[in-house]
Design a protein around this ligand. Structure first.
Ligand SMILES: Cc1cc2nc3c(=O)[nH]c(=O)nc-3n(C[C@H](O)[C@H](O)[C@H](O)COP(=O)(O)OP(=O)(O)OC[C@H]3O[C@@H](n4cnc5c(N)ncnc54)[C@H](O)[C@@H]3O)c2cc1C
Ligand code: SF4
Length: 352
């Protein structure tokens, strides 16, 4: 009897990569995605160019999707989600809901790749006025403007003369409870800053940060070019509030390098919102009974040495469902999850 298929939940970069790896190895995958298309958050949020290589995000996601669409080893179920599960490794019985219809499938192992959601800056950082002032936007809002080559002040449709980013919005914040670093926002803000300078060479761009956390090669690929080639101004400081002054915004806070208070007028303020587990990640953790960590991301048990094994045998997790991750981390962990899921179904294959 052939092995049971491997169920993957979530069709973002991680889920797509897991499906591809399973198919490439000649195993069968069922991929369940709640949206009507693949591509995950980069597609849904409309990212413009990817960090660090400025690759067109839409094209990159379409390329990943093309590898598994019409692939005989991948059974794609769009507009679908998982509502119940029972059984154990080698033979999970899972209910998949598609609109009013529901079906039961059997899977030998499960990979949860349900990703993250952007922190809602209106939730607890009201002092930045996201829902109050039109010209306070997020990294995601700016991605959409960059993609459309239309970076303008939402309040009056004019190109900004001064634009700034405020880092760590919703991350590294003990009061909110998100004590973790979201890993990607320093790089993404710096990448967007470069794009703003490319599209609007007369716009002055500032980044207010606690510390800049660039991983590995991003230091040379993004951070230094932003400063040296594109003249982005990095200011180590804490912005305490954003106010309205005339038809502009006023950034109020402290320049911690200079040790003095600062008040700077801006046309657009971009909040570098971090990552939280998606609603789907929390739901799926409950359905499969896998442990979540204190931030509600899915807990993996092997520390640095195994980033995909969960507390339930045969259930693996990858990508941003397990914590803040860039694309590189997400697809790497997806490939690891695929490999471990295949090993699990082989070990527990039904008897002939
Ligand atoms: C503003 C911003 C910009 C970014 N830009 C970059 C960048 O340029 N370069 C980079 O390396 N990283 C970037 N990242 C990080 C990148 O978005 C993530 O690394 C990546 O999206 C994680 O992929 P994923 O597949 O784990 O999750 P996601 O992309 O979140 O995909 C999860 C998928 O699961 C689906 N899903 C959720 N719940 C369910 C459910 N219950 N049932 C079925 N399906 C479900 C969702 O619809 C979605 O398709 C950025 C992050 C932010 C915050
Ligand atoms: S990546 Fe940068 S902006 Fe994002 S939480 Fe970490 S330090 Fe803050």
């Amino acid at each position: 009897m052939p092995e049971q298929p491997i169920l993957i939940i979530g069709g973002g970069p991680a889920g797509m990569e897991a499906a591809r790896a399973i198919a490439d190895l000649g195993y069968h995958a069922i991929l369940v995605e709640k949206r009507n298309r693949l591509g995950g958050t980069p597609d849904e949020a409309g990212y413009a160019a990817l960090t660090p290589d400025f690759r067109n995000a839409g094209e990159a996601m379409a390329e990943m999707a093309a590898r598994i669409e019409n692939n005989p080893f991948v059974n794609l179920k769009l507009n679908s989600t998982v509502t119940a599960a029972s059984g154990s490794v080698g033979n999970f019985e899972v209910t998949i809901q598609n609109g009013q219809a529901s079906e039961k499938i059997n899977a030998g192992a499960v990979i949860i790749a349900t990703g993250f959601q952007h922190f809602d800056p209106g939730r607890e950082t009201q002092q930045y006025g996201y829902y109050e002032f039109d010209d306070v936007i997020t990294l995601v809002d700016l991605e959409k403007m960059l993609r459309a080559h239309n970076v303008v002040r939402p309040s009056n449709g004019k190109p900004p003369e001064r634009l700034c980013f405020i880092q760590c919005v919703g991350s590294r914040d003990r009061q909110i409870g998100n004590e973790y670093c979201s890993k990607v926002c320093c790089g993404i803000a710096s990448k967007e800053a470069i794009e703003v300078r490319q599209q609007l060479p007369n716009c002055k761009v500032f980044i207010f940060y606690i510390d800049m956390r660039m991983y590995g090669y991003w230091e040379n690929q993004i951070y230094w070019p932003a400063q040296e080639k594109y003249k982005v101004n990095y200011v180590k400081g804490i912005v305490t509030e954003v106010l309205k002054k005339g038809d502009r915004l006023l950034i109020r806070g402290e320049d911690t390098t200079m040790g003095r208070p600062m008040e700077i007028p801006m046309d657009i303020v971009v909040l570098s919102v971090g990552m939280e587990p998606s609603a789907g990640t929390c739901e799926l953790a409950k359905i499969f009974g896998v442990q979540q960590n204190k931030y509600k991301f899915i807990e993996t048990l092997g520390g640095a040495l195994d980033t995909v094994t969960t507390s339930v045998e045969g259930v693996f997790a990858c990508g941003a469902a397990t914590g803040p991750a860039d694309l590189e981390d997400s697809v790497s962990s997806a490939a690891a999850a695929a490999m471990k899921a295949i090993a699990a179904v082989r070990k527990h294959r039904p008897l002939e």
